[in-house]
Write a protein that binds this ligand. Sequence first.
Ligand SMILES: *Cc1c(COP(=O)(O)O)cnc(C)c1O
Length: 479
Amino acid sequence: MIQNLKCSSSSTLLDAMHVINENTLGVCFIVDEFDNLKGVLTDGDIRRAIMNNKPLNALLSEIANDDFVSGYEDEPIEELITKINKKYEDSDTEVTVVPIVNRDNKIVDYFKYSQKSHFPVAMPNLAGNELKYLTDAFLSTWVSSSGPYLNKFEENFSNYSDCKYGAAVSNGTAALHVALLALGIGKGDEVIIPDLTFAATINAVIHANATPVIVDVEKNSWCIDPIQIEKSITSKTKAIIPVHLYGQVCNMGKIMLLAKKYNLKVVEDCAEAHGASFKDRKVGSFGNIGCFSFYGNKVLTTGEGGMCTTNSKEIIEQIRLLRDHGMSKSKRYFHEVVGYNYRMTNLQAAIGVAQLERAEAIHKNRTSYEYLYRKIMPSSFEFQKNINGRNRITWLVSFLVGKNSDYNRDQLISIFLEKGIDARPFFYTLSEMNIYSKYAQQDNIHAKGISRSGISLPTYESLKSLSEIEKIVNSIFKR
Ligand SMILES: *Cc1c(COP(=O)(O)O)cnc(C)c1O
């Protein structure tokens, strides 16, 4: 590889262009006849040389830039990075590939580095017992959809969510789908859902052959509005799916009263709110069934995965039947219903067990991000509200760019992206997408307003990035 980076000082500009073209690193290292490092030539240097009318047969010895950064093989990496950063600050040239030489000035390696940081919106932290349990599950050969970690994960997670039973499934969407089926919801039944949610909520209703009814959300919580739910109830209404959005908690008190009054089922979509609670009881324990997702960007992850939680033995048995091809537990290969393969593997569950062990630490860490952002961002941004009785959690730190703000939502996202911060706009409302608009009866002004002004920011546990993010955000808002 080093050979592909070298160019002799007696070769020409055109030779160097060929070398750079082949190695695709945008740079070549110039060596003299004794193979000693003499200089570095980047594609930028070549561009400048051509613009200064240097001919293609100009010798590299005439063009090479001798003010370059290199490292020694026995030099601590921090010192090298300091040199690179200094060069960047002094000359504003981005150094990406640096030659590493031995004390005889012979190239032995190269180092690739970028000043530009990148903070993805989410990144799982798997630094606890995840690898240990995963390896254990792997070595045990219980790699498919039964095994001790599955039982343990179901038991521990349902316990964590204040429920008696849990059934692990392949993902959060499957959890919602199978939950609706287990409650007997299907053709001709109406299911009330919020306009502001991830599309999996409505897809699950459509997959169950039921009819979604989209309603507006509360302005202050961003979650489904009980008043709008009641207005939309008809003789066909069978269920409500409250979605605990961005870690916020729905008004479960009012929703459960409505469910009782009108005899409706409740399936809680808790995909974004593991561990959140309403009046000291965890979400997922209020409705007939709670549905969770363990996708990679959720608070707890198993890679892909989901769980249904419930306090009903009958319901959990129905879910277990449906997720496993509808096959009778007592009579092998005898199918009682048309089922699905919605199982989770023991490998995924092993990761889940380890994640759950650190649930409190994970929450604490995410909260520290929220504190930081709240502290350093302009006060015209409206962060998620803490509402009495609703104990929200931090999923992705989210805020609205208010109408009186100096910033425009989409411009602000571009500024964040330019600085390497992967800011995300909120979900589109369901009702503004062609495939779903027919399920909404009215213009849902709160959902629309929130959807158009909301931004989510990188939120994950890595204390190192906390200080870097602080620096970047401060530079954006010039504090
Ligand atoms: C992520 C998510 C889902 C779906 O979960 P998957 O595991 O990706 O299928 C459902 N509802 C909401 C609100 C979500 O955020």
